[in-house]
Design a protein around this ligand. Structure first.
Ligand code: CP
Ligand code: NVA
Length: 319
């Protein structure tokens, strides 16, 4: 490992949501709501600023919502496709970060290995934003809780059930829910539970916020929730595990019966959520994702608003 002088004046990164904490997330939501309501007031916030977007995996929502969001704030976004050559393969991650920091104001990266983000963030003097790694998808969870705040009115005490793989999306939902005082029920097949390291960190936030996190293999546990969330059973990079995963997740599909169970005893039907892209009629049935209770396109739209608020916080004058 090459040695470098420790960065002491570096602005905050966003790799796991821990950098924001509950108060930071709440204040970001205030900015995002203001930006969504009055976009014209914020159009110069990133004037003269450039961001680089490094993507080792495909993307629709993350790429487009960042590009459009940066343009709306008067900044400039560069997309750099790393599908063929992974970050760190052509030159060291250190040299990569040390070059990029001379030109751009922020590094947004979608990577296979979360450790690449840690390394980029360690070496770069500019903020690094996680656009999805194997461990976390923080921008997604910000958009998701912002969407819940719009539809339910509050995140405090909100009951969210996540059904499916204890993956990157689940991890970030757990972190955000723990910081925001939500009641989170995570339902996975045996062997696909969220990582203990994430649960342990989330529990520390939950103790302060009053959040409750339950992890179970029993789908019946989704009874009585404000919203039900699912994600693909086979994430990007897991194609070789497809057959094994599809078999393991049988019984965990979000269908009409499961949504009826979630809505049991509630005034309103439970909302349906998905980060997208969805494998329709695999993890969720068409009638659920296309139902009036589905907020999946609100989630997609809100990616842009929360990310604009995030970049304003990291690079601008805080919005
Ligand atoms: N939800 C999400 O991150 O979508 P993309 O993979 O299309 O960016
Ligand atoms: N868990 C999925 C999320 C895609 C937005 C994946 O990592 O592929």
């Amino acid at each position: 490992m090459t040695t470098v002088t420790q960065q002491t004046t570096k602005p905050t990164d966003l790799l796991t949501l821990e950098e924001l904490g509950g108060d930071g997330v709440r204040s970001l939501f205030e900015t995002a709501a203001a930006m969504k309501a009055n976009p014209a007031e914020f159009k110069g916030v990133l004037a003269g600023r450039s961001v680089i977007m490094l993507f080792e995996k495909p993307s629709l929502r993350t790429r487009i919502s960042f590009e459009v969001g940066v343009a709306r704030l008067g900044g400039h976004a560069i997309y750099y496709d790393h599908g063929a050559v992974k970050i760190g393969e052509r030159e060291s991650v250190k040299d990569y970060a040390k070059n990029l920091e001379r030109w751009v104001d922020c590094i947004i990266a979608r990577v296979f290995k979360h450790t690449i983000l840690d390394e980029l963030a360690y070496y770069a003097s500019k903020p690094v934003v996680n656009a999805l790694s194997d461990l976390h998808h923080p921008c997604q969870a910000l958009a998701d809780f912002f969407t819940l705040r719009e539809h339910v009115g509050t995140t405090d005490g909100l009951k969210l059930a996540y059904v499916g793989d204890g993956n990157n999306v689940a991890h970030s939902l757990i972190m955000a829910g723990a910081m925001l005082g939500a009641q989170l029920t995570v339902v996975t097949p045996p062997g696909f539970e969220p990582q203990f390291d994430v649960l342990r960190k989330a529990m520390a936030y939950a103790q302060k916020s009053g959040a409750k996190i339950t992890v179970t293999n029993d789908v019946e546990a989704i009874a009585g929730h404000d919203a039900v969330y699912t994600d693909v059973w086979v994430s990007m990079g897991q194609a070789s595990q497809q057959a094994f995963r599809l078999a393991a997740f049988q019984g965990y599909q979000v269908d009409r019966e499961l949504m009826a169970l979630a809505s049991k005893g509630r005034e309103k039907p439970a909302l349906f959520m998905h980060c997208l892209p969805a494998n329709r009629n695999i993890e969720v049935t068409d009638d659920v994702i296309d139902s009036p209770s589905s907020v999946v396109y609100d989630q997609a739209e809100n990616r842009m608003h929360v990310q604009m608020a995030l970049l304003a916080r990291l690079l601008g004058d805080g919005g």
